[in-house]
Design a protein around this ligand. Structure first.
Ligand code: SF4
Ligand code: SF4
Length: 486
C-alpha cells in the first residue's frame, strides 16, 4: 500500500499559461499552481505589450493624444475616443453640439455591439463552440463597414473629436444603420439557439467564476463583469454624458454572478444597444457637429485650408534663390515629391505632389511659394507665376494654415486644475484623469482601464476550479491587453 501511495503521489505543478496561449486574449501571462487539474494559485503577469500611452500623452498636445486612445482597447476604439474627448471637453469647459452628442451615442453603441460580438465569438470558441464565432463575425463585419463609411477606418477610427465629431453622417449611412437595427434583433436568437441551453455551454459556465455583488464592488469590477453579480451600476445611467439622458434603456443585471450570468448580461445589452441606436436615428437633431469654439477645436478642413482643398488645384513651387537646401520640406512631404542634395536648392516633382502644403508650413526660410490654380502647369510657367504677389484670399488662407499647424502642435491651453471623467465602455468604466498646469499638454494623464482592474480578479475567480475553467474565466471578464498595458 505504501509503495502504491508512493507511485500515485501527486505534487503541485507550476505552469505558465501565456503570454502566447491562444486563449489568453493577447499577451497575458498566467502562472498557475495546479494540483492535478485543480488550480490552487494564479498569478497574472501583464506588461508584455506596454505602450506607455499615459506618458506619451503627457508629451503631446490634447489633439495629438487622441489617436493613442484608439490603440488601448483596439476592439472598441470608438468608445475610447468618446471617453477621451468627453474628458478633454470638460477640462476645456466646452460642450459638443447636440447633433454631435447623438452621433457619438449612436456610434458608441455600435462599438458596444461590435465589442460584445467579438467577445461572444472568442469566448464561445475558447469553450469549444465554433459556429457562434462565424455568426458573430458576420454581424461585426457589417458594423465595421458602417464605421468605414463614416470615417474611412474600421478599427482605429479617431472619429469623435474634441468639441464634436470629425464629420457629419450622411442619410445613406443612417439608412444602412437603420437596416442593421432592423436585422440585428433577428440574429441574436441565432446565437442563443446555439448555446443558451446547450449542455456543454451550461456545464462550462454555470457556477464557474462566481463572485458576489459585495466582492465584485470591492474588487473594483465594472461593466457587465460587475452587473452579472446583480449590481446595476452603469456610468451611462449614473453620470449620463453625450445623449444618454435623452434615450431610454435598461441596465441588464444577473443574479448568480457566475460566467453564465455575465454572458446573459451581454446578450441583453445587445438588444439595449440596438434600441439606443434606433432612438438616436429617430431623434437625431439637425445642426452643426463641431462646437463653435475655435480656441479649443479644430474647425472643418475645407473651412480652414482653402489652399489645400482638393477642388482647388493649387501648386507648390520652391524658389531656388531662397532655398537653403536644409531638407526639412523633403522630410515633411508625405508623397516623397521633394528631392535635392543637401545645401543645394530642392525641387518638387509636380506629378507626385498632393498639394497638402506640409512643405509650405515647414520651410522656415519662406522658400515655398503657392501658385494658385497652378496644378498641371509647366515648370517655366510655375516659376513665372510664383514670382507674382499672392492674392489676398490665398495669403490669409496660408496664414491660417500655419496657425493651424502650430495650434495642433502646441495645443489649446487648458485651465489649471485636475479632473476625472468616466464613461461606460463595453468592458466597464473607462476613466481619464488629467492634471493640467495651464499649458497645451497634460501635466499628468492617467487612465482607468477596466481590463487592468479586471485582470486582478482572475486569481479570485479561478482558484478551486479546473484548468479548463481558467479559459472560461479569462473570457468572462472580457480582457484586452492593449488597454491593460496602456
Ligand atoms: S525647407 Fe525650405 S530651405 Fe529647406 S530645402 Fe525645403 S525649401 Fe529649401
Ligand atoms: S505640397 Fe505636400 S505633397 Fe506637395 S511637395 Fe509639398 S509636402 Fe509634398
Amino acid at each position: 500500500m505504501e509503495q502504491l501511495e508512493r507511485v500515485l503521489e501527486t505534487r503541485e505543478l507550476n505552469v505558465s499559461m501565456g503570454p502566447q496561449h491562444p486563449a489568453t486574449h493577447g499577451v497575458l501571462r498566467l502562472v498557475l499552481d495546479i494540483d492535478g487539474e485543480t488550480v490552487v494559485k494564479v498569478t497574472p503577469y501583464v506588461g508584455y505589450l506596454h505602450r506607455g500611452i499615459e506618458k506619451l500623452g503627457e508629451s503631446l498636445s490634447y489633439f495629438q493624444a487622441l489617436p493613442l486612445t484608439d490603440r488601448m482597447d483596439y476592439v472598441s476604439s470608438m468608445t475610447n475616443n468618446i471617453g477621451y474627448v468627453n474628458a478633454v471637453e470638460r477640462l476645456f469647459g466646452i460642450e459638443a453640439p447636440e447633433r454631435a452628442r447623438f452621433i457619438r451615442t449612436m456610434v458608441g453603441e455600435m462599438a458596444r455591439i461590435a465589442n460584445h460580438l467579438l467577445w461572444l465569438a472568442t469566448h464561445a470558441l475558447d469553450i469549444g463552440a465554433m459556429t457562434v464565432f462565424l455568426y458573430c463575425f458576420r454581424e461585426r463585419e457589417w458594423i465595421l463597414e458602417l464605421f468605414e463609411k463614416i470615417c474611412g477606418a474600421r478599427l482605429t477610427v479617431t472619429y469623435p473629436r474634441i468639441g464634436g465629431v470629425r464629420n457629419d453622417v450622411s442619410q445613406e449611412f443612417l439608412d444602412s444603420l437603420y437596416k442593421f437595427t432592423e436585422e440585428f434583433p433577428t440574429r441574436i436568437p441565432e446565437y442563443e439557439t446555439l448555446i443558451d441551453k446547450n449542455r456543454i455551454w451550461l456545464k462550462r459556465t454555470v457556477g464557474i467564476g462566481v463572485i458576489s455583488a459585495e466582492e465584485a464592488v470591492n474588487w473594483g469590477l465594472t461593466g457587465p463583469t460587475l452587473r452579472g453579480s446583480g449590481v446595476p451600476y452603469d456610468v451611462r445611467k449614473y453620470m449620463p454624458y453625450d445623449a444618454y439622458d435623452k434615450v431610454e434603456f435598461d441596465v441588464p443585471i444577473g443574479t448568480e454572478g457566475d460566467t453564465y450570468d455575465r454572458y446573459r448580461c451581454r446578450m441583453m445589452e445587445f438588444r439595449q444597444s440596438n434600441n439606443i441606436i434606433r432612438q438616436c436615428i429617430e431623434k437625431l437633431p439637425p445642426g452643426p457637429v463641431m462646437a463653435d469654439a475655435p480656441k479649443f477645436t479644430l474647425q472643418p478642413k475645407d473651412k480652414m485650408f482653402p489652399i489645400t482643398h482638393p477642388t482647388k488645384k493649387h501648386a507648390f513651387y520652391i524658389d531656388e534663390k531662397v532655398c537653403k537646401g536644409c531638407g526639412m520640406c523633403a522630410r515633411a512631404c508625405p508623397a516623397k515629391a521633394i528631392f535635392g542634395e543637401k545645401k543645394k536648392p530642392h525641387k518638387i516633382n509636380q506629378e507626385l505632389c498632393l498639394s497638402c502644403a506640409n512643405c509650405y508650413v515647414t520651410c522656415k526660410f519662406k522658400a515655398l511659394k503657392i501658385v494658385p490654380g497652378g496644378k498641371g502647369l509647366s515648370e517655366e510657367k510655375l516659376r513665372e507665376l510664383a514670382a507674382a504677389p499672392l492674392p489676398e484670399e490665398i495669403k490669409n488662407a496660408a496664414g491660417h494654415l500655419v496657425e493651424h499647424f502650430t495650434f495642433v502642435k502646441r495645443g489649446p491651453r487648458a485651465p489649471e486644475g485636475e479632473l476625472y471623467v468616466a464613461t461606460e465602455v463595453p468592458k466597464g468604466e473607462l476613466g481619464f484623469y488629467f492634471v493640467s498646469d495651464g499649458s497645451g499638454k497634460p501635466y499628468r494623464m492617467r487612465i482607468r482601464a477596466p481590463s487592468f482592474i479586471h485582470a486582478g480578479v482572475l486569481p479570485r475567480l479561478c482558484v478551486g476550479h479546473l484548468v479548463a475553467d481558467v479559459i472560461a474565466n479569462i473570457g468572462t471578464i472580457d480582457l484586452v491587453l492593449g488597454e491593460c498595458d496602456r
